[in-house]
Every structure is written in structure tokens, then in C-alpha cells.
Design a protein around this ligand. Structure first.
Ligand code: AMP
Ligand code: MG
Length: 423
């Protein structure tokens, strides 16, 4: 296993006090390693899990050449390019019930979609194109060799990988696995992630607020984000800003989880005693990241009772927690889960308003993407303070303003990252 210092030494121009987002992710990516551990599951139970081994197709899918349409299976050699031809229908082929004989010159077979192509035939003429009179079927000119025929193995070829290890299993994949006749798959074990909130001002839902107190909302957003990633979650509650209590919570997390995510307690004023306490438990670095929202963050690995967990110490502000989770922790956890595809697409949209932005930091503003005048356009969800959780709740995308980017004029294009997907 790579130490944190080794991971950091691989990154050029490393400055913990002004770390660009991309560099932070570079360190995280080379530091964090996938967990081992594989389980066999029935196909449906594997939805949302990460495939642990390639699935090699044991059969061709489809297993035989078959008809893509309802119509008539013909021998292309019988047809003529410039004039109609009349053929004699000698039987019918259904999906699941093949035509038993061979088809001779001048003959054809009525076929249904999915029926195995009758012997000697190589194309299907759709039923709407022909005229019939008893068993006489007249085919117009202009048909193509091989038309409306699905080839054996055109979907999945026997002996070839149908699905690669490292992919998230989605509904289409469950169907694809079933189409191979496979009932069980090997997936990576679930990642176990512990989390807690820190802060003397925090009150759990269900109690009355006194002056200066706030309800602990981060444990709800964090729970939701971890749940959506498919983690096994260990909620360690609210921990007071007290080194002994913090140490106990970190030890518990390190002994029982693969990773621990905390919120609060990493900003400049608070970091000092956390730093000392964490130094006892393992290796931890404190960063000031060139981003907004979400500047402070801690990364490390802590140990207890012979076990260890990666540590992600996120800032306390409710929006900063979510932004740093999505842009650093999400990718790290997916990598730990064995996922090979963790990048999210950025789309271009027209900004409806001017946006103020300083070069030298990455910003994740909360936006609403919508179709306007036939084009995707985006505007912000009001005030963008890092304590205004409503800005996340109302948004359907992040407006991502890159490190070098300056201010944006109304009507210019910006990068947006969608918050919801189809599957
Ligand atoms: P900190 O990073 O601990 O200095 O916290 C920064 C700000 O976020 C403060 O205003 C905290 O009250 C607020 N905050 C910290 N943790 C939470 C939480 N779990 N839920 C809601 N607000 C929080
Ligand atoms: Mg705090």
C-alpha cells in the first residue's frame, strides 16, 4: 500500500495551502486503493453493484439467424432488381417454432419476428410490401440481399467478453446477463463507510434548539449521498469538539470501516487540535483547496486494532460538504469499490446571466438547466453562500467554472454537470 507521502511525491507542484482541484484528485487517486472481496449474487440482487470479473459469453446471442420482421423469408437469388417476382408459400415459421424443411427455388416461407430463418433463405420481405393470392406471394423489385435478417451472435458473440469487470450493473446489464442464460454474477463486496458530524453547536433532529445551536443537517445529506453510491453505512452520530471523543469516534471508524467521512472541524481555527489527535492515529494531511465552496479538507489513513480506514475530513458548511463529497470523495469511493468508470460528463450550456469568477480556483455554482429557445441554458439558484443548502436543493446541475476561467458574460457558454441521470 502506498503511503500518503508517496502519493503526494508523485504530484508535481504540490502546495497544500493552495491546491488546485485536479491536483487534489491526483493525490487521492494514487493514494486510495480498491478493496478486495467478491461475492456471488443472483442477477437481480446485483443491480447497482460493481462487476468483479469479466462475463464471457457462453453462447451466441441470438443463437440462430432469425427474422427481424413479420413477412416472408426468401432466397435473394430468386428476386429480380427491376421487376416483381411471384413465389409460392410453402409454410410458416414462428418465434420458437421453426419451419422444418428446406426452401427450394421459387419458394418462400411466411415468418414471424424472431423466427429462425428457414433453410436456404437469406432475407425477409416485410408483409406490407407483398401482394398475396392464395399461396402465391408477389414480391416487388428493390429488395436487398440479407435484409431484415438478424445474424447469429450479432448482439453477443460466443467466447467474447459481454461485460467487463469494473462496471456498475444497470438494468440493461441484468437483461444482458439473463440473455446469456446466466443466473449468478460475481460482484465486489459493498464498501463500508462510517461517517459523523463534529461541532459543539450541533443538535440532532428531535430536540429543541437553544440560542446559537443548529440542527445537524450534514448527517442527512451525507447519508443520502453514501446511500446513493451503494455503500454500507455506519452512522456514528454527532461528536463534540473534544479531542478524546473525536479520537474514540475515529478509532471506532478505523476498526470497522473501509473509509470514514466527517464534516466540520477542519477549518483553520479548528484544525489544530484535530491535527494533533489525528497524527496519533495515522497519516493525515490538511489542505486548502483552490475551490469554492469548500476550501479546507483533510485526507489520510487512520488505524485502530490492526485495521485501517481512509479518512476524508470535509468542511462543515452544508453546501461545502456536498460539493467536496461529489468532487473528491465520490470518485475515491467508486475507485475503492472497483469501478473503472467514474468520470461524469460536462455539457455546454448558455449562461442566462453574467457570472463573477476569479481565475485561480474552481467554482461549483448551483444552477438550473432548462431548454430555452431550443437550446440548453442555465441560471443560478439565487444566493450561492456555502451555508445556503437551498441552493443545492433547488439546483439540477453544477455550473463548473474551471481553475483558469475568469468572469462570464451573459450569453457565453459554460460547463454544467447534471445532478440526475436516467438509470
Ligand atoms: P466548521 O467547518 O466546523 O467550522 O463549520 C462551518 C460551518 O458549518 C459552521 O457554521 C457550522 O455551524 C456549520 N456546520 C458544521 N457542521 C454542520 C452540520 N453537521 N450541520 C449543519 N451545519 C453544520
Ligand atoms: Mg465545527
Amino acid at each position: 500500500m502506498k503511503s500518503l507521502q508517496e502519493a503526494i511525491s508523485c504530484v508535481s507542484g504540490y502546495d497544500p495551502d493552495a491546491l488546485p482541484v485536479a491536483k487534489a484528485n491526483e493525490v487521492i487517486r494514487s493514494f486510495v486503493k480498491p478493496v478486495s472481496g467478491v461475492e456471488r449474487l443472483p442477477v437481480r440482487a446485483a443491480l447497482g453493484r460493481v462487476l468483479a470479473r469479466d462475463i464471457v459469453s457462453p453462447i451466441d446471442v441470438p443463437s440462430h439467424d432469425n427474422s427481424a420482421m413479420d413477412g416472408y423469408a426468401v432466397r435473394s437469388d430468386d428476386l429480380r432488381s427491376a421487376e416483381p417476382v411471384t413465389l409460392i408459400e410453402i409454410g410458416t415459421a414462428y418465434a420458437g417454432k421453426a419451419f422444418p424443411g428446406e426452401v427450394g427455388r421459387g419458394e418462400c416461407v411466411r415468418v414471424m419476428t424472431g423466427a429462425v430463418m428457414p433453410g436456404n433463405t437469406d432475407a425477409v420481405v416485410i408483409q406490407e410490401a407483398v401482394t398475396t393470392e392464395g399461396r402465391r406471394v408477389t414480391v416487388p423489385p428493390g429488395q436487398e440481399r440479407g435484409q431484415n435478417r438478424r445474424l447469429a451472435g450479432e448482439d453477443l458473440a460466443k467466447g467474447k467478453p459481454a461485460l467487463r469487470a469494473g462496471r456498475l450493473l444497470r438494468p440493461a446489464d441484468l437483461g444482458l446477463v439473463a440473455s446469456l442464460g446466466i443466473g449468478e454474477v460475481s460482484v465486489r463486496r459493498k464498501l463500508k463507510v462510517a461517517f459523523f458530524s463534529t461541532g459543539d453547536e450541533l443538535v440532532s433532529v428531535g430536540r429543541k434548539l437553544k440560542a446559537g445551536e443548529v440542527y445537524d443537517s450534514n448527517r442527512y445529506t451525507l447519508w443520502g449521498m453514501l446511500e446513493r453510491l451503494g455503500c454500507e453505512i455506519v452512522d456514528l452520530g454527532v461528536v463534540r469538539d473534544d479531542p478524546k471523543k473525536l479520537e474514540a469516534a475515529f478509532r471506532k471508524a478505523a476498526a470497522g470501516a473501509d473509509a470514514v467521512v466527517t464534516s466540520g472541524g477542519v477549518s483553520v481555527g479548528e484544525a489544530d487540535f484535530t491535527k494533533q489527535m489525528m497524527a496519533k492515529l495515522g497519516e493525515v494531511v490538511f489542505w486548502k483547496i483552490a475551490m469554492r465552496p469548500g476550501r479546507p479538507m483533510a485526507l489520510g489513513r487512520i488505524r485502530a486494532r490492526g485495521r485501517s480506514a481512509y479518512l476524508f475530513g470535509l468542511p462543515g458548511n452544508p453546501v461545502a460538504v456536498m460539493v467536496t463529497f461529489y468532487h473528491f470523495v465520490r470518485g475515491a469511493l467508486l475507485h475503492m469499490m472497483g469501478r473503472s468508470d467514474t468520470e461524469l460528463p460536462l455539457l455546454r450550456a448558455r449562461s442566462e446571466t453574467a457570472l463573477r469568477k476569479k481565475p485561480g480556483r474552481t467554482e461549483y455554482q448551483r444552477g438550473i438547466l432548462r431548454l430555452k429557445d431550443g437550446e440548453w441554458s442555465v441560471h443560478l439558484t439565487g444566493a450561492q453562500g456555502s451555508g445556503i443548502l437551498r441552493s443545492m436543493s433547488e439546483a439540477n446541475c453544477f455550473v463548473v467554472l474551471g481553475h483558469e476561467q475568469g468572469s462570464i458574460a451573459a450569453g457565453e457558454y459554460v460547463d454544467v454537470m447534471l445532478m440526475d441521470g436516467l438509470v
